[in-house]
Write a protein that binds this ligand. Sequence first.
Ligand SMILES: NC(=O)c1ccc[n+]([C@@H]2O[C@H](COP(=O)([O-])OP(=O)(O)OC[C@H]3O[C@@H](n4cnc5c(N)ncnc54)[C@H](OP(=O)(O)O)[C@@H]3O)[C@@H](O)[C@H]2O)c1
Length: 269
Amino acid sequence: MKKVTIIGSGNIGLSLAKGLVNKSYCLPKDITLTRRNIKNLAEQAALGYQVSSNNAEAIKDAHIIVLAILPQQLNEVLEEILPNIDAKNHLVVSVISGVSCQDIKNKIGQDVEIIRAMPNTAISIGQSMTCIAGEKISDGNIQEVTRLFETVGAVIKINEELMTAATALCACGIAFFLRAIRAASQGGVEVGFHAEEALKMAVQTAKGAADSLLQMQSHPESEIDKVTSPKGCTIAGLNEMEHHGFSSSLIKGIKLSALKAGDLYSAES
Ligand SMILES: NC(=O)c1ccc[n+]([C@@H]2O[C@H](COP(=O)([O-])OP(=O)(O)OC[C@H]3O[C@@H](n4cnc5c(N)ncnc54)[C@H](OP(=O)(O)O)[C@@H]3O)[C@@H](O)[C@H]2O)c1
């Protein structure tokens, strides 16, 4: 079993830990979780995770160090762990938006193998879309990180310059699709359903749409063509949404998120 230390046990750090344990990548005792306010990790400690507020100590036995703090917290953390970093034995995985592998190497040494990963919060239920990138990484380490993230979802290896684009599409994307589901349920209430049943219907309909594409490997438009009969109600609704900028607003939102994601660290440094 690989030992994993997750520095920054907030939303994504805890989601990753939960996903790895749920999918049997490792046991809670093989995962060390750190944060400054360790009281907030009492629940995880009771479940058998190692918890610590001392980052330097926490990485000593780790094979994989996952950096899951906010960009503005990174420099301080790197200074703390630098004395205990061992380029031969440690693999660093950073999920921090807007921070390049080179940014991290500049602080902790050029020899350390660093893989950048961009998961999303569906990692806690094993359904993340995770993009990974890194240069001069041994095949073994690429395979290990691919295996790690494949236990909690799908993995695509991309060029690092596309990482901020992946952040917008996949990490922020969870929120975009959730808002679309919420909006659909609100439409459902307007046409006659109670809020709870409208949400259930919208969620299952969205799941059906996504699963159709995944299972049939088809294109969204060919699935849409199957629902839109001439002069029918679906095309009327769909076109009305497009007149109000449905596709355009998603595209514009993703472009703006990508722009912001690229600036997060440089705005702080
Ligand atoms: N949320 C997402 O969907 C998502 C997806 C992909 C990538 N990311 C990236 O993942 C990173 C974390 O995001 P998040 O949403 O999980 O943020 P978050 O919930 O704020 O988690 C950050 C955690 O880091 C801890 N922390 C801060 N300083 C620390 C230090 N010096 N040592 C140890 N722990 C420290 C904080 O706890 P204390 O205050 O107690 O220290 C907090 O629990 C970000 O860089 C983000 O860009 C997020």
